[in-house]
Write a protein that binds this ligand. Structure first.
Ligand code: ATP
Length: 235
């Protein structure tokens, strides 16, 4: 579904991505783990066209999307939940969810998807008329994920959904990510610093160090790897 080949991304003179290549198959949950500043967010932002790749190619469903503007990439079915949620704090929960649907015209299906979202996150239904900014951190993460689901993406990019959340809330969010993958058949690209949870959830994982991919394997094998245990699992 997604084919990344030899992508390099610079911020001025700083090289953030060094020749990265990755593949994501349809229906998979992929995780990208790595330390602070390794380049994980830059990878996501490069994929969705927010930051331009300096060289290399990105193909989505057989189509070259390298250098395509972010709105066109979104219209092809790639939706991002950025780090720090970034919901619209002064809009209500309902208005935030509506923002996710602005490219869609299938009104009946939108209604059904909204029902599903409220079933997944009943708290959002209870608070539908409340301003987004008044929700707790966990609820804002739920809203950000729900807004992305409302755009009916084929590929959902999640940047550190566990950031700043209590472990019990993180667990709930991860369960929901699994559900979205299984029930909606949405392919998931998950960036996480919580390597333990991410590798347990993911079919396959990539490890990133200072802008380069250094390891890739199944989630299970990476969890068992001595190098990963030492560097990312605190063992
Ligand atoms: P974190 O988990 O802290 O977000 P990360 O793995 O997502 O880390 P990135 O945010 O992608 O890492 O950053 C990769 C490198 O690029 C870092 O060295 C960072 O300082 C640098 N960088 C990120 N954004 C910019 C920017 N806008 N301008 C200059 N350098 C940047």
């Amino acid at each position: 579904m997604l084919k990344i080949r030899n992508v390099q991304t610079y911020y001025g003179n700083i090289q953030a991505l060094k020749n990265i290549s990755m593949d994501v198959q349809e229906g998979e949950i992929i995780t990208l783990i790595g330390a602070n500043g390794a380049g994980k967010s830059t990878t996501l932002m490069t994929l969705c066209g927010v930051v331009p790749a300096t060289s290399g190619t990105i193909e989505f469903q057989g189509r070259n999307i390298t250098g395509m503007p972010a709105d066109q990439i979104a219209a092809l079915g790639i939706s991002q939940v950025p780090e720090g949620r970034r919901i619209f704090p002064y809009l209500t929960v309902m208005e935030n969810l509506d923002m996710g649907t602005f490219l869609r015209k299938d009104k009946d299906q939108i209604k059904q998807d909204l029902k599903n979202v409220f079933q997944m996150f009943p708290i959002l239904a209870d608070r539908r008329n409340q301003q987004g900014g008044t929700l707790s951190g966990g609820e804002q993460q739920m809203l950000a994920i729900s807004r992305a689901i409302m755009s009916k993406p084929k590929l959902l990019l999640l940047d550190e959904p566990s950031l700043g959340l209590a472990p019990i809330i993180t667990k709930r969010i991860f369960n929901i990510i699994k559900k979205i993958n299984q029930e909606y058949k949405t392919t998931i690209f998950l960036v996480e610093q919580n390597a333990n949870l991410a590798l347990k959830l993911a079919d396959r994982g990539y490890v990133m160090e200072i802008g380069a991919i250094t390891m890739t394997d199944t989630g299970e094998n990476l969890l068992a790897s001595e190098a990963v245990k030492k560097a990312y699992l605190g063992m």
